[in-house]
Design a protein around this ligand. Sequence first.
Ligand SMILES: Cc1cn([C@H]2C[C@H](O)[C@@H](COP(=O)(O)OP(=O)(O)OP(=O)(O)O)O2)c(=O)[nH]c1=O
Length: 197
Amino acid sequence: MDIILASQSPRRRELLERMGITRFKTVSPDIDERAFDGLPPEELVRRLSAEKAGAVADRVDDGAIIIAADTVVALDGTVLGKPGDDLEAFKMLSTLSGVRHQVYTGVTVLLGGERFTEHEVTDVTFRELSEQEIEQYVATGEPMDKAGAYGIQGYGALLIEGISGDYYNVMGLPVCRLGRMLSRFGIDCLRLAAGQD
Ligand SMILES: Cc1cn([C@H]2C[C@H](O)[C@@H](COP(=O)(O)OP(=O)(O)OP(=O)(O)O)O2)c(=O)[nH]c1=O
């Protein structure tokens, strides 16, 4: 069965491969992510992941399984998306300094008329950061294409004191949850990983 990752994110590609799924295509979802601004984080990521899956479903064969996801950072319920420029990245990181926030990822798996959407939440706590440290982190260029202006998988790790929940959810794909969702469609990741397909 064809598997399509409805994403342009290199992180999501890498994580799907790490789940044991090596044969899949990627199709970039063409949606206006700002269309749902104002929704609470949990509803927003669920809605956006469903929209991304739906947008790609319109462009591919009916028999393919489509996987899509969306990630946002939320501080006291307020959504932080991707920063538009260095100044915005600096401001986002300043608000995250020394406090705990939540990372929400919504994930949708779709096959023909059947569609499941779920979400996962991970708590992330930043250490206290000085202005100079934030400026230095922004200068690495890492914040720009990432929700909340950091990447846990990169230099962002230097800012993080602790996390509670699925690490991979912060990177953009709730691996454990997605594995269970795929099993409903007959895809057994451990079986694939073991070469038993
Ligand atoms: C918080 C955090 C986010 N991110 C990334 C994951 C997502 O790629 C990005 C959030 O943007 P998304 O809109 O979820 O995804 P995307 O635009 O990169 O890709 P696509 O819509 O095509 O699937 O932020 C990290 O890589 N590391 C982190 O620690």
